[in-house]
Design a protein around this ligand. Structure first.
Ligand code: UDP
Length: 501
């Protein structure tokens, strides 16, 4: 039992809350008490997952703090990035995120005892001041890959972003362990957009002053990038992932991860059970990326032409009239013998962990990437923005477990907004290469299985991520003791860090 109390404060976005809840379980298994602090809408989405962890005897709970959105003219209830559809809401959304410091402080004041550590999402730098005022050790949790973090760090440090002429001018990432070529458009940091420079400065400063960094990755795939990043930042760094491979999620926890699914896992699983092993392609673009309607239709035609079984999570079916109209023209009926559509939120881990799934057409969000890796499912890569092009490079060029769809630039570029980057024929060809692919395909599948075995081993006793997590908890126990002395020299020392593990 570690007896420590951790507060986890994820960014209010699915790709950040989901790994934070996973991390909460991992910490609680090591005997910590863990509180995930988030806003009411996000707490409601994750309550079932947290209650499942509690039923399993883990000391995990949710604490709700208000989201200051309505004060900034955001609609009531808009509390997660996946609800951001109107462009004019983006800046107000992050301004509201930055104002979550007051409700967090109010919550801290209500606690009988100071928590031992606050694990703040890297995109929540406003926690730095709160922790400093209350003498709470603060770790930063990064949600993208070490590959992306190191690349964007080096590009800034060497002034490459300032030197290149436009969005698409090609450059090579300097001082990088492998050859990586890209452009501003494909190596863009989270807050590297006009008007958001202040957010980025805060993020950098909060990282530089943190008591340590937690990465959701593992050494077998990213060891060189993790070490290089820790060295350039000069911070203690722990690679504790992939958090999705913890083996701590039962069927319900998998199906309800992040939100209640819009399709019953009880219907999807028998559908998958009826298909041969590794025959099904799962298609999803995560919680944020939205394909232009024309591109989405072209993808649908390509899937239809591929003749392969597929499960396709189409969140646009809930919000995009063009997509709804296209679906109403009979696509589903035409592929009824082999295509299953999920209109909205899919139980992604339930699907990816099913043996019938043999390929994942993914937008390459870091969680989706890790989920593909942890389940040994080769990827058909279709990046959209931010770190997704880096994940594509890691999957295809470094690990050899992916096939490119052919997407070259983010769909948000004005010239691409209505465009089609991958034609029906392109989709058909890429799907055939991934799902069949002769000896190359077989080798890719074998590599994916090998890496998945390493991912599982990493988070189990004796694995590198397991050891890093234990080391991180020890470090927190030490930090917490030191800070309590700093605050009150006469305070009785906390009990020394008991045996962990
Ligand atoms: N996810 C899910 N169902 C969906 C879409 C996404 O469960 O229909 C989960 C997915 O498993 C992953 C997270 O949402 O854990 C999305 O994070 P990721 O980094 O892949 O992409 P983002 O949504 O942040 O772009």
């Amino acid at each position: 039992m570690s007896g420590l109390h951790f507060l986890l404060v994820p960014l209010v976005a699915q790709g950040h809350i989901i790994p934070a809840v996973d991390l909460a379980r991992l910490l609680a298994v090591r005997g910590a008490r863990v509180t995930v602090v988030t806003t009411p809408v996000n707490a409601a989405r994750n309550r079932a997952a947290v209650e499942g962890a509690r039923r399993a005897g883990l000391d995990v709970e949710l604490a709700e703090i208000a989201f200051p959105g309505p004060g900034l003219e955001l609609p009531e209830g808009l509390e997660n990035m996946d609800m951001l559809v109107e462009r004019q809401h983006y800046m107000a959304f992050f301004r509201a995120v930055w104002r979550m410091d007051a409700p967090l402080e109010e919550y801290l004041r209500s606690l009988p005892r100071r928590p031992d550590c606050l694990v703040a999402d890297s995109c929540n730098p406003w926690t730095a001041g709160v922790c400093a005022r209350h003498g709470i050790p603060r770790l930063v949790l990064h949600c993208p890959s070490a590959y992306f973090l190191l690349a964007t760090h080096n590009l800034s440090k060497h002034g490459v972003y300032d030197r290149v002429a436009g969005e698409l001018e090609a450059f090579e990432v300097p001082g990088f362990p492998v050859r990586a070529v890209g452009s501003k458009a494909t190596f863009r940091g989270f807050f590297q957009w006009p008007g958001a420079e202040g957010f980025q400065r805060d993020v950098d400063e909060a990282e530089a002053t943190a008591d340590g960094l937690i990465l959701n990755t593992f050494r077998d795939i990213e060891g060189t990038f993790v070490d290089a990043y820790a060295a350039v930042l000069g911070r203690r760094t722990w690679a504790v992932g992939p958090t999705c491979a913890s083996g701590l999620l039962d069927a319900d926890a998998k199906a309800g991860r992040g939100n209640r699914a819009d399709a019953d896992a009880g219907g999807i699983v028998p559908w998958l059970d009826a298909r041969p092993p590794s025959s099904v392609l799962y298609v999803s673009f995560g919680s944020l990326a939205r394909l232009p309607a024309k591109q989405l239709v072209e993808l649908g035609r390509g899937l239809e032409a591929s003749g392969r079984p597929f499960v396709w999570a189409i969140k646009e079916a809930k919000s995009d009239a063009g997509v709804q109209a296209w679906l109403a023209e009979g696509f589903e009926e035409r592929v009824e013998d082999r295509g299953l559509l999920v209109r909205g939120w899919a139980p992604q881990l339930t699907i990816l962990s099913h043996p019938a799934v043999g390929g994942f057409l993914t937008h390459c969000g870091w969680n989706a990437t890790l989920e593909a890796i942890a389940h040994g499912v080769p990827a058909l890569t279709w990046p959209n923005f931010s770190d997704q092009f880096s994940s594509e490079q890691l999957l295809v060029d470094v690990l050899g477990v992916g096939v490119r769809s052919g997407v070259k630039v983010p769909a948000y570029l004005p010239e691409e907004a209505e465009g089609v980057q991958v034609t029906r024929a392109g989709v058909e060809k890429a799907v055939a290469e991934l799902m069949d692919g002769g000896p190359e395909g077989a080798a890719r599948r074998a590599r994916a299985k090998e890496i998945a075995a390493k991912a599982k081993a990493a988070v189990q006793e004796g694995g590198s991520s397991y050891d890093d997590l234990i080391d991180m908890i020890r470090h927190v126990a030490e930090l917490s003791r030191t800070k309590s002395h700093e605050r009150d020299p006469s305070a009785r020392p906390l009990p020394s860090a008991p045996e962990l593990g």
